[in-house]
Design a protein around this ligand. Structure first.
Ligand SMILES: Cc1cc2nc3c(=O)[nH]c(=O)nc-3n(C[C@H](O)[C@H](O)[C@H](O)COP(=O)(O)O)c2cc1C
Length: 360
């Protein structure tokens, strides 16, 4: 088996070689801070940030570039289709102190693709070449790309895109092995990660469907990739990076207790309230709780109780009640007893929803 070891993006060590995959509407400053503190993350990436917003001084886009010093190494990811704006946004990312500038060539949202950005760049290599070359000339920090398998299912071109990106100076290539047409359906094709690894000399990482320690190990072994990105799996299990690192180092694997889970929710809520206005914090809290409590005893009813909460106190009360009940070994029935209608958390499975506000 290949030995799994840290890798470098120029002189930046990614150790362990595990990346918190960028997720619009999720991997904001609080979420990254929460997960980084759990351990096992070698690189964090911002949510994708609209270059239109950034270069037109949209305060939301500027806020999305914030990070904490102890988060380093940290990459800012930008999306857009206009070379001049992409260059300006890349310069801004360098100015705010990001370690790496990542170019999004994967978002399938129509609003993003329509303007030539995201996965639109996969079917317009001349435009991609201009954008990457312009950025490369303008910044001194490493430029990296995150791509998809291709735009159309019948025109897989990840290898060509990766070669082009390397020729334009990209210093790391991350592949999410689904096409734009596929969206988030089916499974990611990791064979393409292997194929890219064989033809470029910069480090290559893979993304898609890694939800367990075994899957991470299998993907490293099968593809020889340098790094693995984890997105949705980290919402369900914020300790996944730590657990993979434990396994890599032959340490006993960390297993969170109920108390750890309760503490995590409370810590996240504190961080959110520190980092953003109260209403936004409540919204984000419900979102993580929605993913994180899947599989917990009474989790669906707990999520429902949280969805019905509208204030900080209510949220805190619901968390206390829930954990007190299940820690005592009792069944949790939510606020209104066993007949309460269950509200399921909306599936969080794309950059689409977030892109609507990101580019407007
Ligand atoms: C809610 C959500 C938002 C996403 N936003 C972004 C994004 O802003 N930039 C990006 O490169 N990929 C984005 N992705 C794709 C993920 O980074 C990742 O490549 C994909 O989800 C597959 O990995 P996973 O199975 O580990 O989640 C997003 C995915 C999800 C689920």
């Amino acid at each position: 088996m290949n030995q799994i070891k840290p890798f470098k993006i120029r002189d930046i060590e990614i150790n362990p070689p595990l990346v918190l995959s960028p997720m619009a509407g999720v991997t904001d400053i609080s979420f990254r801070r929460l997960l980084k503190a759990r351990g096992g993350i070698g690189l964090t990436v911002s949510e994708f940030i609209s270059v239109e917003g950034l270069t037109r001084n949209n305060p939301k886009s500027k806020r999305q570039m914030r990070f904490y010093e102890n988060e380093r190494p940290f990459a800012v990811q930008i999306f857009g289709g206009q070379p001049e704006r992409m260059r300006m946004a890349a310069e801004l990312a360098e100015e705010v102190g990001a370690d790496i500038l990542d170019v999004n060539c994967g978002c399938p949202a129509p609003k993003v693709v329509k303007h030539g950005g995201g996965s639109g760049l996969l079917k317009d290599h001349p435009r991609l070449e201009i954008i990457l070359s312009e950025i490369k000339k303008a910044i001194t920090i490493p430029m990296t790309v995150k791509i998809r398998a291709g735009y159309y299912d019948n025109a897989i071109n990840a290898v060509e895109t990766a070669k082009l990106a390397e020729a334009c100076g990209a210093e790391h290539i991350a592949l999410h092995g689904r096409t734009k047409e596929q969206g988030y359906r089916g499974l990611a094709n990791w064979d393409l990660v292997k194929q890219i690894k064989e033809v470029v000399s910069v480090p290559v990482s893979g993304s898609g469907d890694v939800n367990t320690i075994e899957q991470a190990f299998d993907r490293f072994r099968e593809t020889g990739c340098d790094g693995v990105l984890i997105g949705r799996g980290a919402m369900a299990n914020p300790w996944i990076f730590r657990q993979i690192e434990d396994a890599m180092l032959g340490r006993e694997q960390f297993q969170p207790t109920l108390e750890d889970k309760r503490a995590l929710l409370l810590e996240y809520f504190d961080m959110l309230r520190e980092d953003m206005p109260q209403l936004a914090a409540i919204g984000r809290m419900k979102q993580l709780a929605g993913q994180f409590t899947r599989g917990l005893q009474g989790g669906a009813l707990f999520r429902t109780a949280l969805y019905h909460s509208h204030s900080v106190t209510e949220i805190l009360d619901r968390i206390s009640e829930y954990f007190e009940t299940i820690t005592a070994g009792r069944r949790y029935f939510g606020e209104a007893g066993p007949t309460h209608e269950i509200i399921e958390a909306p599936a969080l499975d794309s950059c689409e929803a977030a892109s609507v506000t990101a580019v407007s």
